[in-house]
Ligand binder design. Structure first.
Ligand SMILES: Cc1ncc(C[n+]2csc(CCOP(=O)(O)OP(=O)(O)O)c2C)c(N)n1
Ligand code: SF4
Length: 299
């Protein structure tokens, strides 16, 4: 395991010329994930910002094999690739499905649930920029309460984010984890570990998005860190049902010094119409989830 960034795989799998926005949290996350996965990886992905990052045929900015699939079939296409590799007796290839929150929390959930129930041998990654960003910032079930989107333009989103990890945990996975590109070593280590495990592995990555969240492009890493510092995003992994905090979240859990969520909210234009009532509801929701994590990690 690398103790610092210089100990990571030095090879780059995203080439110059990616079409993602300046300051994109997804491109950071993808860069470190591919470094951890290395060669002998096949990625399947639906329409999304990741698809845009990959580029337009016949050009691509990514030098690993990939399949473009439809939203509803992401995990089903991974199952097909796994079956094909098995038929060819190729046991050294890692199959990875990489979809956005819209493609996972909303549109891809049924094929993902089916593949997870069958224990398909693949890694499913849900990268979460908390909206349908590629098509112009529409609300998804992963958008947090109080955020403005183009489909919640006046009153902001009224519901809390869907707890997708709980849904995935209900499938009794051998490995499920959350991570953030603001903590690249945490992210890298989780992919290295997931690659070694058999069966369906699930990784959720919180990826800050400057145009969708309305903050300066230079602040991506800071915004991702504040999400963790406030406990809105909790870094953890669940192996065979046992939850453990990782990285910065472990320190916060030990020291009990997480920040109030306003330090994260006030830096993003998407929350500019959030009401005081919503702010207080959001804080209560974060505190209650955090306490639940503390209880689970103690058992
Ligand atoms: C069945 C279907 N519905 C709608 C679209 C249009 N579409 C393309 S990308 C996208 C947004 C995807 O959002 P998400 O999965 O969260 O990924 P992001 O764009 O945020 O990376 C939509 C709605 C489509 N390609 N296929
Ligand atoms: S819209 Fe957001 S997630 Fe999509 S490429 Fe731009 S910064 Fe990245």
């Amino acid at each position: 395991m690398p103790e610092n960034l210089f100990k990571m795989n030095a090879k780059e799998y995203i080439l110059p010329g990616s079409r993602s926005c300046q300051g994109c949290g997804l491109s950071l996350a993808y860069r470190f994930a591919l470094k951890a996965l290395r060669e002998n990886t096949i990625v399947t992905l639906p329409a999304s910002c990741l698809c845009v990052l990959h580029g337009l045929y016949p050009n691509t900015s990514v030098n690993i094999p990939c399949l473009n699939c439809t939203f509803a079939s992401t995990a089903a296409s991974a199952s097909g690739i796994v079956a094909g590799l098995n038929a060819l007796n190729k046991t050294d290839t890692t199959v990875v499905a990489f979809a956005g929150d819209g493609g996972s929390f909303d549109m891809g959930i049924q094929s993902l649930s089916g593949a997870a129930e069958r224990g398909t041998d693949f890694i499913y990654v849900s990268y979460d920029n908390e909206g349908y960003m590629n098509t112009g910032t529409q609300r998804s079930s992963a958008t947090p309460m109080g955020a403005l989107t183009t489909t919640t333009p006046v009153l902001t989103k009224q519901q809390h984010k869907k707890d997708f990890l709980k849904i995935m945990e209900a499938h009794d996975l051998p490995y499920a984890a959350t991570t953030s590109p603001s903590y690249p070593i945490d992210l890298y280590e989780k992919f290295v570990k997931a690659k070694r495990i058999k069966g369906t592995r699930f990784i959720h990555i919180h990826v800050p998005c400057p145009p969708g969240w309305s903050y300066p492009t230079k602040d991506t890493v800071r915004i991702g860190r504040l999400a963790v510092e406030t406990g809105i995003v909790v870094l953890f992994e669940v192996e065979n049902g046992k939850l453990r905090f990782t990285g910065r979240s472990r320190t916060l859990a030990e020291k009990g010094n997480k920040l109030p969520i306003i330090t994260y909210i006030e830096r993003q234009g998407r929350f500019k119409k959030m009401s005081i009532e919503q702010l207080s509801q959001f804080q209560k929701w974060v505190d209650s989830r955090w306490n639940e994590f503390l209880r689970r990690a103690a058992n």
